[in-house]
Design a protein around this ligand. Structure first.
Ligand SMILES: [Cu+2]
Length: 149
């Protein structure tokens, strides 16, 4: 009986994960990501489309603690990542970072706990620093707008 309950419970957990995880689409449009900021929940997936001539790569130090970064190949249409850790993820397209192809994914409802780490890592960005700063600024604004201050 215990085993049965355990299996049933496990099944229910898997089922809720499947039912409630959401897929978000981030599209490469000319040399920008649209939307620039995406809000998601742990377990959601992010699907990258419009990838001709683009790649998607997380920026060093700009993902939550315990999260795995990603790096797609160029033109990898439909490249998908699952975001399991709460916090902010900043990603770029390598050749278009200087024209502003930098995006953010905010996972969870709380203020990301890695914002200080993200800010600190800006100093390590050698190419396209102003564009990375701009995206972080817009992300913070979007977070404030979402929570109503
Ligand atoms: Cu690009």
């Amino acid at each position: 009986m215990f085993l049965f309950k355990f299996l049933l419970f496990s099944f229910f957990l898997c089922w809720t994960q499947l039912v409630f995880s959401v897929e978000h689409t981030v599209k490469g449009v000319v040399t920008k990501w649209k939307p620039m900021v995406t809000f998601a929940q742990p377990g959601d997936t992010i699907r990258f489309v419009g990838m001709i001539g683009h790649n998607t790569v997380t920026i060093d130090g700009m993902i939550p603690d315990g999260a795995k970064g990603w790096e797609s190949k160029y033109g990898d249409e439909g490249y998908t990542v699952t975001v399991n850790e709460e916090g902010a993820y900043i990603f770029k397209c390598t050749p278009h970072i200087t024209t502003g192809m930098v995006g953010a994914i905010v996972v969870g409802d709380d203020m990301p706990t890695n914002l200080a780490a993200v800010d600190k890592s800006v100093s390590k960005v050698t190419i396209g620093k102003s564009m990375v700063k701009r995206t972080i600024k817009k992300m913070k604004k979007a977070i404030v707008d979402r929570t109503g201050g």
